[in-house]
Write a protein that binds this ligand. Structure first.
Ligand SMILES: [Zn+2]
Length: 433
């Protein structure tokens, strides 16, 4: 189906201050095929016209680090230290997970992401076949990896890596190219060196990008220095894991030399301000990393350490954190944080042209209702969105040229059923815990 968005105000995140008014955006076969003013016969060329008068259109958000099925543990264990939270609360429950629980919890995440204007997201978890099924049904664009972890180098580890490779073989570029697969070593502190080296080898052999948690806490860095005599960034560089298709989540505790290495290798860094604040991990030096030319993007992390998947909120937290940590209110301005949430994230996840509005780009867009009180007076819609907007202002969402939400009604997902199923699973899994 071809769709024309008519008479919209358009935000172009990749252009400094980029806003256009009375704009027409045409989509066909999953791609944008027209962007410009009205011209004779334009409306006749499309199957469907959506009037966007008084609305704002922009690329959907890219949530570049998430664990979708962890919505299941949202608000189950809060106010704890990361390692304590992971090892005493989360890992024991994860041992009880089933493919069906992961399927419904992934769908819950997709309901929330779509309603908040996220059109592409990245996931690291297990029972990923279930998440593939969920993303495929939801119409989401997703980059999925099987979480890999283990201390020894035995058979047990091989089966996880094999599962990740099988996931790649079966689903990479599936669902009309909406689904991609990466390798997902969890972190330096949950994988042995031998295991990480195996992952690097598999990545090189098959050309599969890697995503990993990196330098998230002071404790992680302290332990790496004790164990390996160097920071986690230098350690991964020595192993050969850092390259321009490597996505490193967090990078909170990094010194200048670490950042220079990340920049030199072209590593894609994902900032997760909500999770970092909640777990008191610290504040990533995002402004410094951007100055050094690192492609920094934005993620929510899993819903149990955030505790939502709201990219608008994440943008605001990101810019506030840079300002307060650098004593500089000019730090991480609107334009920079808008790029992080859209085009930088899409680039990190390997989708060409995504996150921009231009002829030829994938048709992943959102329509926002910017006629509400918080958008008045009408000075600058980009500022209004970052500093005053809310995810509830997202009205309509298009992914790959198909509408997945229209006027707040989900088209691909049965929200009521998903909420019921997830709650049932949550009660079942936490019984006797
Ligand atoms: Zn994470």
């Amino acid at each position: 189906m071809s769709i024309l968005l008519k008479n919209a105000q358009v935000i172009l995140p990749e252009v400094e201050g980029g806003v256009r008014s009375n704009c027409f955006v045409g989509t066909r076969n999953g791609r944008i095929d027209y962007l410009g003013g009205e011209e004779a016969g334009l409306t006749d060329r499309y199957d469907r016209i959506i009037d966007c008068t008084h609305k704002t259109v922009m690329p959907g958000f890219a949530n570049a680090h998430n664990h979708a099925a962890m919505t299941l543990f949202r608000n189950y264990a809060d106010d704890m230290k990361l390692m304590d939270w992971l090892f005493s609360k989360i890992f024991p429950l994860e041992d009880k997970l089933t493919d069906e629980a992961v399927y419904w919890a992934s769908l819950l995440a997709m309901v929330e992401m779509i309603k908040g204007g996220t059109t592409v997201y990245s996931d690291m978890y297990f029972f990923m076949d279930s998440t593939v099924k969920a993303a495929s049904e939801a119409g989401m664009r997703a980059v999925l990896s099987r979480g890999l972890q283990g201390e020894s180098g035995g058979e047990d580890l091989d089966y996880r890596l094999k599962e990740n490779l099988e996931l790649y073989r079966q689903y990479h570029n599936s669902s009309d190219g909406r689904i991609k697969v990466m390798l997902g070593p969890h972190s330096v502190y949950t994988c042995s060196e031998a295991y990480l080296r195996k992952v690097v080898k598999a990545s090189a052999e098959h050309g599969i990008p890697i995503q990993i948690h990196l330098s998230e806490t002071k404790e992680e860095v302290r332990n790496a220095i004790e164990k390996y005599g160097m920071s986690p960034v230098r350690y991964l560089d020595r192993i050969g894991m850092l390259g321009n298709t490597t996505v490193a989540a967090h990078c909170v505790v990094v010194d200048d030399e670490d950042m220079d290495i990340l920049a030199a290798r072209g590593v894609q860094v994902v900032h997760n301000p909500g999770s970092n604040m909640k777990l008191a991990s610290g504040i990533a030096p995002v402004s410094r990393m951007l100055e050094k030319g690192i492609n920094v993007c934005l993620g929510t992390d899993g819903a149990s350490s955030n505790n939502n998947l709201d990219m608008l909120e994440e943008m605001r937290m990101a810019t506030y954190l840079q300002k307060v940590s650098t004593d500089d209110p000019t730090a991480l301005p609107v334009d920079a944080v808008l790029r992080m949430a859209t085009v930088n994230g899409a680039r990190a996840l390997g989708f060409e042209g995504l996150g921009t509005l231009a002829a030829g780009s994938p048709a992943d867009m959102i329509i926002l209702d910017t006629e509400q009180a918080q958008y008045y007076p009408k000075y600058n819609v980009r500022s209004a969105l970052v500093y005053s907007g809310s995810s509830a202002d997202v009205e309509t969402v298009m992914i790959n040229g198909s509408l997945v939400m229209e006027k707040r009604n989900l088209i691909t997902l049965d929200e009521e059923r998903i909420l019921y199923k997830v709650n049932k699973w949550a009660m079942k899994l936490t019984q006797n815990s």
